[in-house]
Ligand binder design. Structure first.
Ligand SMILES: *Cc1c(COP(=O)(O)O)cnc(C)c1O
Length: 392
């Protein structure tokens, strides 16, 4: 599998499940993306930003003491926590903001839940000189005051959304309404491999830099061609598919780790691949958490970035094909893994990424001492200090 079909499907998942008013705007984005990816000048400009502004390539760090602690395969860390902004979100927002500029957009809009994507979008808008307006649930604005402050410092306009439950899904609806009202001069910057075609494909393409770098770095560092497994956490799935896409045709196990929250049977989790079923969410057909009437169920995770009731269509297709295995880690397991990594390596990982670290610690002894395992550290954990402090 590589690119989606002409209608934007990865096997049974994806597509463009939106009202008619948005179709022409999506077609324009798709045409611009197809032209940009074929244009060496666009690739060179993005590579330059990634290197000299973003700090790429990120290191592939051998976690020697964590390896000793887990007692099995060598554990390598792909360090997206060291990208400018502190997470892999950089890779996507720079790609799309550059595309918005190429399309002649006058403004960028985005929606955000906990605020991490809003901050990243505001950062990209600042460096490229494009105004950014961010829709964020009013409840989330109150809960995530430092991110609201960061967005404003980067010059973005924040629109608190009071409708409905005043959280992410209401912010998505507000952003879609804005886009439908201003389709000609506005670029809608989506934060993960979700939403209508071409977003899942485009975001994966921009995030694939993670796996491409890992694949190029690994043989030199480890003295063999491939790791045995690549492990990454899954919210919408952008850091995961970005880590996996370079290895799809290689003899490498791919493991996506979802948030099991209070436990898979607790009703409070975000384990879409484990407990979800096919349906339509945010303009695409994919797996999602829903009740018997097809109503989307609220997700729960201690990490805001994994607290999403769906996964990207490409991940759903790879799961059905058996190319991708899903695992999960609970809130408690993620916090424990975060602390273990911090003590062993002096690295404070985001709680999102700590779900992948938990699975790596579990998997390493099963793979054995001759094996190699790469974990994507999608972001740094400074934002999670208050949560860590409050969690025994
Ligand atoms: C947003 C975020 C995630 C989840 O998003 P994906 O699209 O699943 O990658 C994971 N880790 C960090 C650090 C994040 O900020």
């Amino acid at each position: 599998m590589s690119d989606p079909d002409a209608a934007g499907y990865f096997d049974a998942y994806g597509g463009r499940w939106v009202g008619e008013t948005l179709v022409p705007a999506l077609q324009r984005v798709e045409a611009a993306f197809r032209s940009a990816r074929a244009d060496p000048a666009f690739g060179a400009e993005l590579a330059e930003l990634n290197q000299h502004y973003g700090g790429r390539p990120t290191p592939l760090t051998l976690a020697r003491r964590l390896t000793g602690h887990a007692g099995g395969a060598r554990i390598w860390l792909k360090r997206e926590d060291l990208v400018h902004g502190g997470a892999h979100k950089f890779n996507n927002v720079m790609g799309q903001a550059l595309l918005a500029k190429r399309m002649g957009a006058k403004r960028i809009i985005a929606e955000t839940g906990a605020g991490q994507h809003g901050v990243a979008a505001a950062m990209a808008g600042a460096v490229l000189g494009l105004p950014v307006e961010v829709y964020m649930g009013a409840k989330d604005v109150a809960r995530q005051a430092p991110n609201a402050q960061r967005m404003r410092l980067f010059g973005a306009t924040l629109h608190p959304v009071e409708q409905g439950s005043a959280t992410l899904k209401d912010a998505v609806n507000a952003a879609l309404r804005d886009w439908a009202a201003h389709p000609d001069d506005t670029y809608y910057l989506i934060g993960s491999v979700v939403g209508p075609h071409p977003f899942p494909w485009m975001v994966r393409t921009f995030q694939s830099v993670i796996g491409a770098e890992t694949r190029a770095q690994f043989p030199d560092r480890a003295g063999r061609p491939f790791p045995d497994a690549v492990v990454a956490c899954v919210g919408g799935g952008s850091n995961a598919i970005g880590s996996f896409s370079a290895f799809l045709d290689d003899p490498v196990a791919l493991v996506g780790v979802e948030a099991a929250g209070h436990g898979l049977d607790s009703g409070h989790h975000a384990a879409t691949a484990a407990r979800g079923s096919p349906g339509i969410l945010h303009g695409a057909r994919s797996l999602l958490l829903q009740d018997g009437d097809g109503q989307v169920v609220e997700a729960h995770s201690i990490s805001a970035g994994l607290d999403y009731p769906g996964i990207g269509p490409e991940l759903a297709a790879l799961r059905d094909r058996g190319r991708l295995r899903f695992a999960s880690a609970t809130d408690r397991e993620a916090v424990a893994a975060c602390r273990t990594l911090a003590r062993a390596e002096g690295i404070l990982a985001a709680l999102e990424s700590s779900h992948a670290v938990a699975e790596a610690i579990r998997l390493a002894p099963l793979l054995g001492k001759d094996a190699d395992l790469v974990v994507t550290l999608s972001g740094r954990g400074d934002k999670d200090l208050a949560t860590l402090e409050a969690t025994p």
